[in-house]
Design a protein around this ligand. Structure first.
Ligand code: C2E
Ligand code: MG
Ligand code: MG
Length: 751
């Protein structure tokens, strides 16, 4: 048949072209001949099959019937635009008999048939291409949301909604798996909330529905029939009444393979996932892992910026942040806020003697104990090393003091680390908004000041801030500045106090004691500035100065024939921490041409607790070189006999607190006797300090003490004065009388 006629009664001219007809039948893909009115003149087999029809039934239809987007007007425009052999390509939807549509790409080209023009319309199925594009678009949107910093929940919720709009037959959910292997719904916009609530916190496992099992196995789990699948045994009673019939879940993994969550598609009918769904899941699982890892990285950065890594407590930055917010809120509501500054006592000794790892664990244990005492709304923070702070809301002085007591109490129970029981005590300073400061920084500064006062009161004490503390702190600051200045300006000098050898009625040696003569404040007592110098790191400079002066003076005396056999110099823990003290001592002795046994070093008992530090080694080296080693103020500290054995000391200095009341206090008498006895037993020389009266001298002599030092013989005095003292017969020691009141006020010390 060479001729075709339109099946409707319209005036479609007969169409006769065997060549074109051949094209129609042999062409790959769906094809139709159409006229300028949009009428189908003829359709090929593949188009007819697609429409589940016959070719002759398709012919005669209007393109708008098949492609509802091509209205008559639109067709006219398209037809006009193809004049002059132009090819036009456009997208539309083909209406299928199932009342669904399929995205198609249309290509229209005009051809001549006799004296009229007809169009060849190719119809290409672009469903797969459209789906790929949809997935790409989804990926783009999700990545953009991640990059814009939206919260994880928002990003994943949006992703689920997009998936559900592309695949209207699914319910999409994302669960997160925590470090204990429990699931937590993160996004499930179309899932009935009761389902999400019920599974929140459920453990993953070998039979834990699709998601719990997928997370447990680390591989996808496809359950096509929830009602009859053993994996859903325990959960189907929850799922079935909600109309959930099938569920395909895929684990979301981190780059290192850890399962971070699951991505699931639920169906309302018993079925498996379509190809498109599988493609979508592939893309989404990857997106989920990116989004979750991104959030974890952000959380880690946040943790590092605002939390202390050792204890996990908030750090100073977070504390001040919360402190400022708390103050603004308290101000608006007329409430109070308490800030406590907590500082552990002698933590440095733990670190130095038992090592930093023990110190670290002790801090963790302390943090844990304190954490147990505070409310959720409080902020307990580690400020630095052994300093903690607690910000507590709606807290007045009474409740602050109760809480501080509880904290001190909690710390008193020993902490056991590596089988060693460590007793921790602390000093707590408290400041309260609004009375003690209107802003956070002032509150913190004042709590710190109160803490320092608590420390001065002894161990395990607390103090509330008081305005006078400010003055004390200011005084301390000016004293520190003045001391720095004094050291560089050479305002320090050295005094010497004789030590008397009672057995031989001769000079045993002199102790070098630093003096600070201030132009305005007069003579300042070392008792006032030595602890300050130790605190602010100036003690090393002072001790080096005294060591050098004392050695120089002794060398001068010896050259001039004065009967001074030795000089004692006080050293601090700081001198040993620097590690160069042995070298310095040797150099100084050499420089002044002195034998090592001309020098005695006085150290305190607390220094001897540093068994783990190189202190012991340095002391051994010094002693081995011939330098004498004295334990100063013996009896006031730990008085442990074991370290007397371990440390190479050869002199014990009986503290003046025992000597003071020798005449009236029988306990002191017995203690003095015991210490002198220990000295004798260990073959140590005992030097009694602070001997002021003949009676004290008599008792000590009776107890077997051979060397004494004190005002009874001489106050510490300048080298010149000491020389006059020698000349005036000071060496006839035993005949000296107790000092008169006049003499006592001569030194005129001020603090
Ligand atoms: P210390 O080493 O125990 O020195 C003995 C202290 O007792 C001296 O006080 C001395 O003046 C005082 N004293 C001596 N005899 C008597 C007495 O009969 N009665 C009374 N009541 N006191 C007596 P000073 O000079 O005020 O020194 C106090 C402390 O300061 C010293 O105690 C020592 O621990 C420290 N110190 C002094 N100079 C230095 C130094 O150059 N370096 C270091 N690191 N510490 C020093
Ligand atoms: Mg001393
Ligand atoms: Mg002493």
């Amino acid at each position: 048949m060479n001729e075709i006629t339109a099946s409707s009664g319209h005036a479609a001219a007969p169409f006769d072209d065997s060549l074109y007809r051949q094209t129609l039948t042999t062409a790959v893909g769906a094809l139709a001949w159409v006229d300028d009115q949009g009428r189908v003149l003829e359709a090929n087999q593949s188009l007819a099959e697609w429409l589940e029809s016959k070719t002759h039934l398709v012919a005669g239809k209007i393109v708008g019937d098949l492609l509802p987007g091509l209205t008559a007007d639109r067709w006219r425009d398209i037809w006009v635009s193809t004049a002059g052999n132009k090819v036009r390509t456009l997208r539309d939807k083909l209406l299928l008999p199932s009342e669904t549509t399929c995205p198609v790409e249309l290509t229209l080209q005009r051809m001549h048939s006799g004296n009229r023009e007809i169009g060849v319309l190719r119809v290409r199925n672009i469903l797969a291409q459209r789906q790929t594009e949809d997935i790409q678009h989804l990926q783009y949107e999700v990545l953009e949301a991640v990059a814009s910093g939206h919260p994880l929940h928002t990003v994943l919720d949006m992703m689920c909604r997009r998936v559900e709009s592309l695949a209207p037959d699914v319910i999409c959910t994302v669960l997160l798996v925590d470090s204990e292997g429990r699931v937590h719904p993160c996004a499930a916009p179309s899932m009935p909330p009761i389902f999400s609530q019920s599974i929140d916190g459920e453990p993953i496992g070998p039979k834990a529905g699709s998601c719990g099992t997928a997370a447990y196995r680390g591989e996808p789990v496809e359950v096509t029939d929830i009602a009859n699948d053993p994996l859903w045994e325990e959960y189907k009673a929850l799922a079935l009444p909600l109309g959930l019939a099938a569920c395909w879940s895929t684990p979301i993994k981190a780059a290192n393979g850890r399962v971070m969550g699951t991505f699931a598609l639920y169906y309302r009918e018993v079925r498996s996932a379509s190809f498109f769904h599988r493609q979508m899941v592939n893309a989404c699982v990857h997106l989920c892992s990116l989004a979750i890892e991104h959030q974890e990285a952000e959380a880690e950065i946040h943790r590092l910026a605002f939390y202390d890594t050792l204890t996990g407590l908030p750090n100073r930055t977070l504390l001040s942040d919360r402190g400022r917010q708390a103050i603004t809120r308290a101000q608006a509501r007329g409430r109070s806020v308490a800030l406590m500054f907590i500082d552990l006592d002698r933590f440095k000794t733990v670190n130095d003697s038992l090592g930093h790892s023990v110190g670290d664990r002790l801090l963790q244990a302390v943090a844990e104990r304190l954490k147990n005492l505070v409310h959720e709304t409080d902020t307990l923070c580690r400020l630095s090393s052994d300093e903690f702070a607690l910000l507590t809301l709606n807290c007045n002085a009474d409740s602050a003091s109760l809480l501080a007591e509880k904290m001190l109490d909690a710390l008193t129970h020993p902490v056991t680390i590596d089988d060693v029981d460590l007793c921790v005590t602390a000093g707590i300073g408290i400041s309260i908004f609004p009375d003690d400061g209107k802003d956070f920084d002032t509150l913190l500064k004042n709590a710190d000041m109160a803490m320092h006062q608590a420390k001065l009161a002894g161990r395990n004490a607390m103090r509330f801030y008081q305005p006078q503390m400010n003055e004390a702190a200011n005084r301390r600051l000016s004293l520190e500045a003045a001391l720095r200045q004094a050291i560089s300006a050479g305002e320090l000098s050295v005094y010497y106090q004789p030590q008397i050898d009672l057995e031989h009625n001769a000079l045993y040696g002199v102790e070098a004691l630093v003096r600070w003569q201030h132009a305005e404040w007069g003579m300042i007592s070392p008792a006032a500035f030595i602890p300050l110098a130790e605190d602010c790191g100036l003690i090393g400079d002072i001790d080096r100065f005294v060591l050098d002066q004392a050695c120089a003076q002794l060398a001068t005396w010896q050259r001039s024939g004065w009967p001074v056999p030795t000089v004692s110099v006080n050293l601090s823990a700081d001198d040993f921490r620097r590690g160069d003290i042995t070298q310095r001592v040797t150099d100084t002795l050499t420089r002044h041409g002195l034998a090592a046994n001309c020098l005695t070093i006085e150290i305190t008992e607390s220094l001897m607790l540093n068994t783990a530090s190189p202190t012991l080694e340095q002391l051994q080296t010094l002693r081995a070189s011939g330098v004498g080693l004295a334990v100063d103020d013996f009896g006031t500290g730990y008085s442990s006999l074991s370290y007397l054995k371990r440390f190479p000391v050869n002199i014990l200095k009986l503290d003046q607190s025992f000597v003071r009341d020798l005449g009236i206090d029988s306990d002191d008498r017995e203690l003095a006797r015991a210490i002198i006895g220990i000295g004798q037993a260990l073959q140590l020389r005992v030097v009694a300090e602070g001997v002021e009266t003949a009676e004290q001298l008599r008792i000590l002599t009776d107890q077997g003490c051979k060397v004494v030092q004190g005002y009874f013989y001489s106050r510490p005095q300048s080298a010149n004065d000491l020389e006059s003292w020698f000349s005036a017969g000071g060496s006839a020691f035993a005949q000296r009388q107790p000092p008169t009141n006049d003499e006592e006020s001569r030194e005129g010390m001020t603090t």
